[in-house]
Ligand binder design. Sequence first.
Ligand code: NCD
Ligand code: ZN
Length: 338
Amino acid sequence: MKNFIINSPLDMHLHLRDDNMLKLVAPFTSKYFSGALIMPNLLPPITTKEALLKYKQRINDACKDDEFEPLVTIFFQVDYSYEFLKDIKDEIIAVKLYPFGVTTNSETGVSSMDVEVLRPTLESMSKLGIPVCVHGETQGFVMDREKEFLPIYESLAINFPNLKIIMEHISSKESINLLKKYDNLYATLTVHHLMLTFDDVAGGMLNPHVFCKPIVKRPEDKLALQELALNAHPKVMFGSDSAPHRKETKECNDGAAGIFSSSIAIQTLTQLFEEYGQLDNLNAFVSLNAQKIYGLKPIQKSIKLIKKDFVVPAEYTYKDECVVPLFANQTLSWSIDG
Ligand code: NCD
Ligand code: ZN
C-alpha cells in the first residue's frame, strides 16, 4: 500500500492551552483534523459560559483559515445547576470531570468521587443528554491508579444508566473488561498508550517527554489496548491526549505530566494499523466511532497519507514557546500529503 485516505479525522481528547502555546500547537490539529474535543483544564479552568465562548474564539483565531471545529468542554463542578447546564448545553460537547490533584491543573477538581456528592450534577447532565468525560485515576500507587478507580466507574455506570460516560485515555487491560460490561461506558485511546510501555519512560535513560498521566504501563496492557484499537471496537475512539508543556518544564525537576503528540498522531496510527494489516479499521477508529458515540456530523475533510519517511522534528517553536514532540528525531514510515 502506497497511499491511504482518512476521512474527517477527529481527536476526541486534546489540550490546546492558551496564548502563544495555543498558537503554536493548534495548527497541527486544525490543518488535518475535522474537529477535536478540547479539554478545559486551563488556569483557571473553564467553568463559565463567558470564559468558554472567549476560549472558543481564541481557538478559532489560532486555527486561522483551517476548516476545523473545536468541540469545547467545561470543567466539572459539583455546584453546576440544572439551569446553568441547560443554558450552556448547546455550546459544549461534554463536561470533563477531574478528581482533585490527579493530573496537570486538576487542583480545582472534585474532592470526593462519592456518587451521592456527584448525583445532582450528573443527574442534570443525564437528563440534558450531556456526556461526562472522566480522568479515572485515584491517588494510589502510580501503576495502579486506574485499576483502583474502576469501582468508581462501575458505580457511575450503574447509578446513571442514561449518562454517557467516557473513560478517558484508558491505559490498562483491566479497564477493558469494565468498558465492555456496561452499555453506557465508552473510552478514548491515545497514541502513546498504544505505542509505549514504562520501559520507554524509565527502563533505560530517563525520558521526561513520555511522562504523562495515566503513566504508560506494561507490555500486556499495551497489547490489550492495541487489540481494541486495531479492531476499531465500537466503544473506543481516538483521543490523543496531546498535552504540550514547554520544553523547560519537562526537562527539569518536578517535570510536568503530558505528551505532545498531535504532530505525529495520524502518521503513527497509520504505521501501526498497516503493520498489523488493519488499515481497513483506521477510519472507524479515528472518526466513525466517535461520530456514533457523540452523534457528530463532522466537517468533510480527506487527508492523504503517503508511504514515505517522516523524520519527526526535534522540537517546534513559536515566539517564547518550545515543545518537544513524541518520537522527536525518529523516523516514521508514513507522511501526510500536503
Ligand atoms: C494533561 C495535561 O497536561 O493537561 N496531562 C497528562 O499527563 N495527560 C492532563 C491529563 O489529561 O491528565
Ligand atoms: Zn488530557
